[in-house]
Design a protein around this ligand. Sequence first.
Ligand code: CA
Length: 423
Amino acid sequence: MNLMSNTLNAIQFRLNAGGMFFMVVCGLAATNSYAESFEGCVAGLRSSALTQGVSAQTFDQAMKGVEPDPEVIKSYGYQPEFRTPIWDYISGLVDDERVEDGRAQLSKWAPVLARAEQEFGVDRYAIVAVWGVESNFGMIKGKRELVRSLTTLVCANKREAFFRSELMATLRILQTGDIAPEYLVGSWAGAFGQTQFMPTTYQRLAIDFDGDGRRDIVNSIPDAIGSTANFLKKAGWIKGEPWGYEVKLPPNYSGPSGRKTKQSLAKWTGLGIKPVKAQIKQTNRVSSVAVMPDTTQAALIMPAGSEGPAFLVFRNFDAIYSYNAAESYALSIAHLADRMKGGPAIQAPWPTDDTGTSRLERREIQQLLLARGYQIGEADGLIGANTRVAISDFQASAGLPVDGRAGQRVLIALRKGTTQGSN
Ligand code: CA
């Protein structure tokens, strides 16, 4: 859900509209056939929208002047949860800055969070952690027009049925007037608002929690908090249960693992798997390790393999996972919630000799690159294509392994100025 930076290459995608295929070079002037096929696609969408309760007026107003967005197609094939090493992913999402920002929000919205906890039985720390990871507490909600992005994806035949229903849901939101068109902007895939709901998720699960009669997860923090709590409850959240905790494996462990392989806590204990010590010390403040009965069903996850940190996870981990189906994502939310409660960092080291960096450190990397003359724009802590290219170039000149990652190794090298031929 994080916004990806632009790459410089023009890209090609295959447009399938009206049963015909056209190769389209984005960024160049559209050919007649391409424009016609997009128009044909939109006309087809109009017909089906009208049969699904969307008025002609809503449709025509929403689609006025809509053109395909090549950036959306570019982003389509790139999902950071699956390509970024988990130590980079987590260290950027769960850093001291976000823990502190989260605590400030917990205090600012305490009465609303208390009401959400009471009404839905969902832990306030989990709600705030979702908010922090999804939009950095509303700071990064995405700027792409939903109607345009979703129409682009449908007409380029990218998961056509999926994005078509998201587009229809978007049109219905416009029709109800719950959210004004100028606020229906978000990620390239159509996630929007404080909680980055997809439009169909919004339709099913968003609630009006501030009582003004509108469900507005963009401009109302209480609506966003209530909607997140509602989501997690519907996803099976169990009141008062922890999501899980970090464990220590016996040496050379080769037993069962994986989020879907569940067995009782007693069985895991029998295999020699125990909570890490730091977690036990924090029992009262963090996750009530001691009170989970032996019969509780748990799964063992090892996001970086048996050489890295391991966790026993319960039902509430699955609830978080259903928000965005990636273990790295769910673990980031869970860990951020624990850290905001005063819990420790993940104890076991990740299996790498080049660990990840916080956003503060990423900004420092960018500042040091800028100081060396790399034209990478603003030092915003978001590692996009330009920063990666600059890092690769610096790594090559410094005799480091070239991977374009903003890890600790490159940060240390930049600080020391250990280059043989910096630009
Ligand atoms: Ca409201």
